[in-house]
Write a protein that binds this ligand. Sequence first.
Ligand SMILES: *Cc1c(COP(=O)(O)O)cnc(C)c1O
Length: 387
Amino acid sequence: MLKANYPVQKFEKIETPFYYYDLDLLRDTLKEIHRCIDKDSNYHVHYAMKANVNAEVLREIKNAGFGADCVSGGEIQAAIDAGVPTDKIVFAGVGKADWEINLGLDNNIFCFNVESLPELEVINELAAQKGKVAQVALRINPNVNANTHHYITTGLNENKFGINMDDLDTVIETFPKLKNVKLVGIHFHIGSQITDMTSFQGLCVRVNEIQEYFTSRNIVLDHINVGGGLGINYEHPNHFPIPDFEAYFNVFRGHLSLKPHQTLHFELGRSVVGQCGSLLSRVLYIKQGATKQFAILDAGFTDLIRPTLYQAYHRIENLTSEANESEYDIVGPICESSDTFAKAYKMNGTKRGDIIALRSAGAYGEIMASRYNLRKLPKAYTSDELK
Ligand SMILES: *Cc1c(COP(=O)(O)O)cnc(C)c1O
C-alpha cells in the first residue's frame, strides 16, 4: 500500500489530532498553475480563501502572486493581513452585510461580485456615502449542472447563488440610475469538486451566449470570471498529488471566446490546497462490535467535517503499521453517529496508538473545525517546521 512520504518519527512526538501541510507539494502545485497560465498574460488566479487560511499556506500563495477570492469581511481582512494587494481581491456572496461592503469600499478592492438587484442598490448607496465608485461584476447563474454533490452545486436555477438570466434585463436597466457602481464584468461559479471537464465546457458555451447578450446591448465587459470548482483526486492522492491544471485551463482556451481586451479570472480553492494537507490522528481504541470492528480515533468531525457533511471520501492510511489489511469502521469520539470517517474501510491492521493520516484534507478541513463537545481546535504543522 503506497503511503504518504511523511516524517512519522517527528509526528510521534506531537499531540494528535493535528493538520500537517506539505509545503513542498503546495509550492509544486503553485508552480504548475504558473506553468499553465504564464503564457496568457490576461489570465488571473484569485485563491478562494474559504478553502484554507492557515498563515503558512497563505504566505506561499501570496508569494506566488495570486489574488484572493473572498466571501466575507473576515476573509477580506485576512487577505489584506496576508499581504494580498487589494486590487487583486474579489468579493462574492449572497448576503454581504453593510460593514463587509464598507470594508471592501474602504480598501478599494478590485471587484464586488454582485448576486442580486437589492445588493447592487445597497453597494451603490454605501459607495455614494463615501464618494466612491465601486467596480462590480454580475454573478450570473448560468443554469449549468456541475455533476457534483448537490450540497456543492451552485449554478442551477434552484440554487440561491447569482442572478438568474430572466432577471438580467431588470438589472441592466437599473444600471444607468446607479451612479456609484460601474459594471466591469460578469462572474460565474457552478460548483465544487468538479472532475468532469465537460461541465466546464458547458460553462464556456453559456458564457459565450451571455457575452452575446451584453454585446447586443452595446455593453463592454472588461473581465470574465469563471469561478473555481476544479476537483482533486481523493481516491489516489499519492498518484495524483497535483490536479490536471493543463486540461482545465485548456478547456477555457479552447471553448471560451474572449474579446482581445478582456481578462479571464479564475477562483481556485480546493485544487490549490486540497492535496497538500492531511489530518493526523491516533487510534484510541479498537472495539469489536456485534458484526464489525471499530477503529476509534482521537479526531472527529469537529476536526474534519467533510465526511459527515457531504458523505465525502478521504483516503485513510495507517502510517505506523505494515500488518495485513483488515476492515474497520473508522469513527471519531463525538457523541453523534454521523461522526464516522469511513465504513468497512480496509487499512493495515491497527492497534491503540497507531498514527492515522486522513489524506487530501488541505481544503475545507482545518477552516471548518469547530469546538462542539468543547473539544480543542486542531493545531497545524508544516513540512518546513518538521524537516
Ligand atoms: C467556494 C468558491 C470558490 C472556490 O471553489 P473551489 O471548489 O474550492 O475551487 C470560488 N468562487 C466562489 C464564488 C466560491 O464561493
